[in-house]
Ligand binder design. Structure first.
Ligand SMILES: NC(=O)c1ccc[n+]([C@@H]2O[C@H](COP(=O)([O-])OP(=O)(O)OC[C@H]3O[C@@H](n4cnc5c(N)ncnc54)[C@H](O)[C@@H]3O)[C@@H](O)[C@H]2O)c1
Length: 258
């Protein structure tokens, strides 16, 4: 019998071409999963899917999709379900962090757009994957952020979208628990991804900003995308069968030390 932990099961990772999403896709693929990578950057998604499939033992496919367009998202989810015949886990990961902006300089339209990318996509992903997850008693994992619980300077819109994901996680955990579907969130602190480096590049001294961010964790380093992937794998398997509605703070101790 295989000791792979997701063999022949199917996971969808939104924003899976790069960063945390790619880390999740790699961890699941290593455990024998069939991985559907949804990303608005189709070229990068294809490259990631090809690389993972080559390494195996699982396999990945790429589907171009802007998660902020809910009809596109629905179609992409149904396409993966059709191709792989089932869905066992949905990881709602795609998201963006705008540059630091005060509330005075944040327009209502900016908030609406960010809600569509970071939050509505999470709601719609869950809604559209649900008919498939009901058949497998699958799981939903939402990638939120520590900003949901700690706040963040000049990030009122971003932190709000991330907090909304936590509220959705808890409400859905109640609603879907009866059907054996578990819903959890992961709240990373600082993970070394393209998003993190793009953010640093908007500052005067990117290198020292990245060093400062690394020191925020008690380990003196940022987390890696695959470290978030291993938490997602735990949440997707029966190892976490008694966990639902949790906001797992994957923060490397960065909120400690009063
Ligand atoms: N990096 C961190 O330190 C950190 C910390 C806390 C939370 N997060 C959250 O983790 C998630 C992933 O962040 P990351 O750092 O890996 O970002 P990233 O920019 O490195 O990668 C994000 C991926 O999502 C895709 N994407 C973005 N918007 C999309 C859309 N509308 N439709 C489809 N795909 C889209 C991008 O093309 C990219 O491949 C985000 O939700 C982010 O808020 C990241």
């Amino acid at each position: 019998m295989s000791d792979m932990r997701f063999q022949d099961r199917v996971v969808i990772v939104t924003g899976g071409a790069k960063g945390i999403g790619a880390g999740c896709a790699a961890v699941f693929c290593r455990e024998g999963a069939k991985v559907g990578i949804l990303d608005r950057n189709l070229d990068a998604a294809r490259q990631t899917a090809d690389r993972l499939t080559q390494v195996g033992p699982g396999a990945a496919i790429a589907v171009g999709c802007d998660v902020s367009r809910h009809a596109e998202l629905r179609q992409a989810i149904d396409q993966i379900a059709g191709e792989f015949d089932r869905i066992d886990c949905l990881i709602n990961n795609a998201g963006v962090h705008p540059p630091a902006t005060s509330i005075d300089d944040t327009s209502v339209e900016m908030v609406e757009d960010l809600l569509r990318v970071n939050f509505l996509s999470t709601f719609c992903g869950a809604k559209y994957a649900l008919p498939h997850l009901r058949k497998t008693r699958g799981t939903i994992i939402n990638i939120s952020s520590m900003t949901a619980v700690l706040g963040q300077d000049q990030s009122s819109a971003y932190a709000s979208t991330k907090a909304a994901q936590v509220g959705l996680t808890k409400a859905l955990a109640v609603e879907l628990g009866r059907e054996g579907i578990r819903v959890n969130a992961i709240l990373p602190s600082n993970i070394d991804t393209p998003l993190m480096r793009e953010w640093a590049a908007t500052l005067d001294d990117p290198e020292s900003a990245l060093e400062r961010v690394a020191r925020l964790q008690v380990f003196g380093r940022m987390g890696t995308p695959e470290e978030i992937g291993t938490i997602a794998l735990f949440l997707a398997t029966d190892d976490s069968s008694f966990l639902t509605g949790q906001a797992i703070e994957a923060e490397g101790g960065s909120s400690l030390d009063y």
